[in-house]
Design a binder for this molecule. Sequence first.
Ligand code: NAD
Ligand code: ZN
Ligand code: ZN
Length: 342
Amino acid sequence: MKNTMQAAVVEQFGKPLVIKEIPLPSPGPGQILVKTEACGVCHTDLHAARGDWPVKPALPFVPGHEGIGVVVGIGAGVTEVNMGDRVGVPWLYSACGHCEHCLAAWETVCAEAEFGGYTKNGGFAEYILADPRYVAHIPAGLSATSAAPIICAGVTSYKGIKECKAQPGEWLAVSGIGGLGHLAVQYGKAMGLRVCAIDIDDDKLEHARLLGAEAVINARVGDPVARLREITGGGAHGVLITAPSLEAFHQGVAMTRKRGTCVLVGLPPGEFPTPLFDVVANCITIRGSFVGTRKDMAEALAFAAAGKVKADIELQPLASINHVFERLEHGDVPSRVVLTFV
Ligand code: NAD
Ligand code: ZN
Ligand code: ZN
């Protein structure tokens, strides 16, 4: 094996990634080395590379948290995976395993959690160092490229829908039909919900219809809140906001039915005003949701392995990453770009 690998590196926030050879890591005790086959490009990678959020990654770093590959190296003491296993290296890279949140199976909010492609180097590279206790186990029959979007966009959508507590037959509004949203429409449908898709791009809405959305709304046309309330007879029981736009958050709360839940998963920097009287008087729940636990991950992958959910992917080489970021920023990626490695 050579001792360097190609990677796309963020050297400065807001600047193009630099494609270069960096040292090939070797797995220490309790670590594994994964040879990357595919890695999805999430809007979070763009936030990371721009330094959008209050807690910034240390520079330089390699983004990417939808990396799928094969285990090619195992450090001392590893028992959870075997050489040759196909695994995914997700956003939740590792957690402490013993704090109050980890003990409650809420490892996603562990204060000692590390994040793939953020606090640890991620999948925009030929190899990824991973913690075998937290990797996703890719079911047989699911290709690396199809699995990639599931390990962030898929699990985040799936968990967010569970958190909105809507029951079969009830309405789910999904705001933002990109990487996360096009999977949320499919998960919602597979979970027995009636889905209304909301975006600002008619092509994305058309796509949502093909994926099973019963109604679609362009958020930039007319009064989208009134329209949704009319379609659903008083608001959606569950609302999932994936759009990286503060305007969508404001609208999403107003689209929530009395006693319904509005789940926030999109992460544009900033804040949005909350209409207190409406939220209080209508007993609305507003809650955040952050990726998913290892159990959520296994469930989200099982939907994909059973063919109930399928990511729409566009394959690109690692070298195209800066162009892909530009397109993502302008809403020009139809669903999900997946980088492939030979
Ligand atoms: P994406 O760029 O693929 O999709 C975003 C979609 O939102 C696009 O279709 C765009 O047209 C649409 N949109 C933009 N403005 C809108 C508006 N005002 N109303 C309705 N739709 C609008 O992005 P993605 O990869 O799906 O990620 C979406 C967001 O979710 C990002 O902010 C990302 O960081 C965040 N995210 C959060 C988690 C989590 O755990 N909470 C996990 C993954 C991603
Ligand atoms: Zn992501
Ligand atoms: Zn913990």
